[in-house]
Structures are given as structure tokens and as C-alpha cells.
Design a protein around this ligand. Structure first.
Ligand SMILES: [Zn+2]
Length: 183
């Protein structure tokens, strides 16, 4: 089976919202919550009584405002690591998730929030060195601009998944950017 394959979920506005599993996507289409936009080749999902063409891209019929709850759900840590491409944002060290911590750019003790624009991937030595200081105070400038990263968080995560799914690219506006990255 290929039930671990992902389906790209678009808002009614065609804005990418994220990915869902095939069974969930089929349920959304079946209940008319979403419509089929692209099929996943000729893959078919079969149950005892039905067979259903597998979706690759689906779109919600009703627009939902996701901005408020987008980061409330779990997985933020994982998304930040993906966004930062598993790289310490202070020294540039590459590694795996287990070697990193989430650093509050403006420390929590100074009122820093646990939001994507105030969180970055940091290796343990950098995290300890920085302590309760801002990057300026610690003279540890960030490799990337966190406000840019905030806007790109979900796009970066999707882009990572989409490397294997060319049919998603038109919906992720990847055309030109993808070419630049390859070059
Ligand atoms: Zn580091």
C-alpha cells in the first residue's frame, strides 16, 4: 500500500496549507469538504465495496482562516529544523535533529515568544554560549533573517516534501525558485 504517501491540501484560495494522508484526503473529498485537483497518477485506493482514485492535490471548498491555529498544532520543532535545513543558525553546523535545540532568539526570560520568527535551530554549544543574551549582545549574528524565515516556514516545509512530487510545483509557486536552487 501507499497510504504513507502525502496529498497536498490547498485552501479554497489555492494557498497551500500542508499535507494530509491519502485516507484523510479521500475522506475530505468523499464528504465534499474538498475537491480533487490532481490525481496521483493512476493509483487507486480500494476498500471492499469501493475503489477511489488517489488524490495528489485537493482543495477545500470553503476558505478557512488558518493563520491563528497554524502554529498551535504540534510539530513546530520539526518544522523549524526543516526550515533551517538542519543547520545551526549561529555557527552553520549541519546535523540531525537530536544534535540541535530550539533557541529563542530573544530569550524567553526577556519576553521572547515561542513563535517561528523568534525560534531558530541551534547546536547545543551555541545555545549554551548564547545563554540569556540576544544575538547582538552575544555577538552571534544569525545566518538567516528570521522575519524572512517566518513567512517561508510552511513553504519551506512543503518544498522539502515536494522535491519528490513534481505535480505539486505549480501550486507551490516553485517554478523559478526551484531552478535557481539547482543552478
Ligand atoms: Zn552552532
Amino acid at each position: 500500500m501507499f497510504t504513507n504517501r502525502k496529498v497536498l491540501l490547498l485552501n479554497a484560495s489555492y494557498e497551500p496549507l500542508g499535507t494530509v494522508t491519502i485516507p484523510r484526503a479521500v475522506r475530505l473529498v468523499w464528504t465534499h469538504t474538498a475537491e480533487m485537483i490532481e490525481l496521483d497518477g493512476d493509483r487507486v485506493l480500494r476498500s471492499i465495496h469501493h475503489s477511489f482514485p488517489c488524490p495528489s492535490v485537493i482543495r477545500l471548498r470553503q476558505y478557512i482562516d488558518v493563520r491563528k491555529r497554524r502554529y498551535a498544532a504540534g510539530g513546530l520543532r520539526f518544522k523549524i529544523f526543516l526550515r533551517d535545513r538542519n543547520r545551526c543558525q549561529y555557527c552553520g553546523l549541519r546535523g540531525t535533529a537530536s544534535e540541535f535545540t530550539l533557541d529563542h532568539i530573544l530569550p524567553k526570560s526577556r519576553g521572547g515568544q515561542s513563535t517561528p520568527e523568534n525560534l531558530c535551530t541551534a547546536c547545543i554549544p551555541c545555545n549554551q554560549r548564547k545563554g540569556d543574551r540576544t544575538p547582538d549582545e552575544a555577538r552571534m549574528p544569525l545566518l538567516s533573517n528570521p522575519s524572512a524565515l517566518w513567512h517561508d516556514l510552511d513553504k519551506m516545509v512543503l518544498r522539502n516534501v515536494a522535491e519528490a512530487r513534481p505535480e505539486w510545483r505549480p501550486y507551490l509557486f516553485l517554478g523559478d525558485e526551484a531552478k535557481e536552487e539547482v543552478a
